[in-house]
Design a protein around this ligand. Structure first.
Ligand code: CA
Length: 234
């Protein structure tokens, strides 16, 4: 049967081998107004990610055939799938997985057992964020760094670099603070959204990734020990 999709309906792919969880997610995400497709192992998940091009993937870590971390790595390394937002499902005890997951490019994680309501809220927040650029953002025009909020483009020494929506908004929030120090909590509120319940280490991981992508221009973002981050123009 062909898929019937309405353009404004975001597509979500759930990659999870536990049928019970998968059905629960499918039901609740459909109720929330999303188009939902499910895959039950990593290989099938990767294939479906390429064919249906979802806006967001809910990715379990423990999966048959190809594990979730590897699925994430593959998705983020290919040009046609690297912009897809990823929410990881991880076991509560495995904190290291969460950090590694974020470093690999996941937008967020939820630990099992999780509240479906909370997961749906997080997904809504991510999808909403993907559609918005931080309001009142000014263009940043430095010798080595150009950030254009209108065109949604970033150039380092004339060469364009590709940032996720989250990284882009994080950079804008820092750059538009006029040299003020922004605390991790403030950044969480500003960039991740007021209804976000994440912890502040999420900020650190994303700043680290942002710096990596900025390369030679990474020194514009300074760490203020014990406080947060500050953008400097020199
Ligand atoms: Ca599993």
């Amino acid at each position: 049967m062909p898929y019937v999709t309405i353009k404004i309906m975001a597509k979500i792919l759930v990659i999870e081998d536990e049928k019970q969880i998968s059905e629960l997610l499918e039901y609740n995400l459909r109720q929330a107004g999303y188009f939902v497709e499910c895959a039950f192992d990593g290989q099938d998940g990767l294939q479906k990610a390429k064919t249906i091009k979802p806006d967001l993937i809910v990715l379990d870590l423990m999966l048959p055939k190809i594990d979730g971390m590897e699925v994430c790595r593959k998705l983020k390394s290919e040009s046609d799938t690297k912009a897809i937002s990823i929410v990881m499902l991880t076991a509560k005890s495995e904190e290291i997985d969460r950090i590694v997951g974020l470093e690999m490019g996941a937008d967020d994680y939820v630990t099992k057992p999780f509240s479906v309501r909370e997961l749906v809220l997080r997904i809504k927040a991510i999808l909403k964020r993907n559609d918005t650029v931080l309001p009142e953002s000014k263009k940043i025009d430095l010798p080595d760094l150009l950030v254009d909020p209108e065109q949604h483009q970033v150039f380092v020494n004339g060469e364009e670099i590709i940032l996720t929506h989250l990284e882009f908004n994080l950079l804008l929030a820092l750059a538009n603070a006029n040299g003020r120090v922004l605390t991790r909590d403030l950044l969480l509120n500003k960039v991740w959204g007021y209804d976000y319940y994440g912890d502040t280490r999420t900020v650190d991981v994303h700043v680290r990734r942002l710096r990596q992508k900025l390369g030679v221009a990474c020194d514009h973002i300074r760490t203020i020990r014990g406080t947060g981050y500050r953008f400097v123009t020199e």
